[in-house]
Design a protein around this ligand. Structure first.
Ligand code: GLN
Length: 202
């Protein structure tokens, strides 16, 4: 298994380190050719406008969409914004997932926070279930999920902070910044699924 991490801006090094700790080969993706031979792709946190503009500049938008047709893709924080169809403003997006996000929904950098989440899907990875400690840094909120997208995790007040659509994931928080590897293992499980679920070809 070889997993790419989009390495234009943001915390791609941290994602690669988690993958390597799980004995999975990680590859930095900066150009369309780097997508060849990958089994899955992670879009890291950072600044979604910057990542989107750089992706446009390097001719990556269409190749990333094409890759996503047949592969698992996971966006964390800024990456989740890139996965969305709608971020309430004009900026380059991959427009893959049927989710609407609100950028910086929890306030400025100083309002960053950590909290424990109950994520039932992680019981597919490890039993018994235990709280998942999540780090939010100027995070987006997943305002709504539609169609085949569903919520994977919510805050206690019901606001959505993780979503799944087939083999695509979006998380408002940063699993690559904690020692808990369950979310990465959950994603690798989706990447290994033999019959890819393919919303774009329905
Ligand atoms: N605030 C950033 C954005 O809107 C995301 C922050 C992050 O990835 N930690 O793109």
């Amino acid at each position: 298994m070889k997993v790419g991490v989009l390495a234009l801006q943001g915390d791609f090094v941290e994602h690669a380190a988690v993958l390597e700790s799980l004995k999975v080969e990680a590859a930095e993706v900066r150009m369309p050719a780097h997508l060849g031979g990958l089994d899955a792709l992670i879009l890291p946190g950072g600044e979604s406008t910057t990542i989107g503009k750089l992706a446009e500049h390097y001719g990556l938008i269409e190749p990333l969409r094409e890759f996503a047709r047949d592969h698992a893709v996971w966006g964390t924080c800024a990456g989740a914004i890139l996965m969305s169809r709608d971020a309430h403003r004009r900026q380059p997006l991959l427009e893959l997932m049927n989710i609407t996000v609100a950028r910086n929904a929890f306030g400025p950098q100083v309002e960053s926070f950590e909290t424990d989440l109950d994520i039932p899907a992680l019981r597919d990875v490890e039993l018994p279930g235990r709280p998942y400690h999540a780090i939010f840094i100027r995070a987006p909120l997943i305002e709504s999920v539609r169609g085949n997208a569903c919520a994977l995790a919510t805050l206690r007040d019901g606001r959505i902070v993780a979503a799944r659509e087939g083999r695509w994931l979006a998380t408002s928080f940063h699993p690559e910044l904690t020692a808990d590897t369950r979310f990465h293992r959950y994603f690798l499980g989706l990447a290994r699924q033999e019959q890819p679920w393919n919303p774009l070809r329905q």
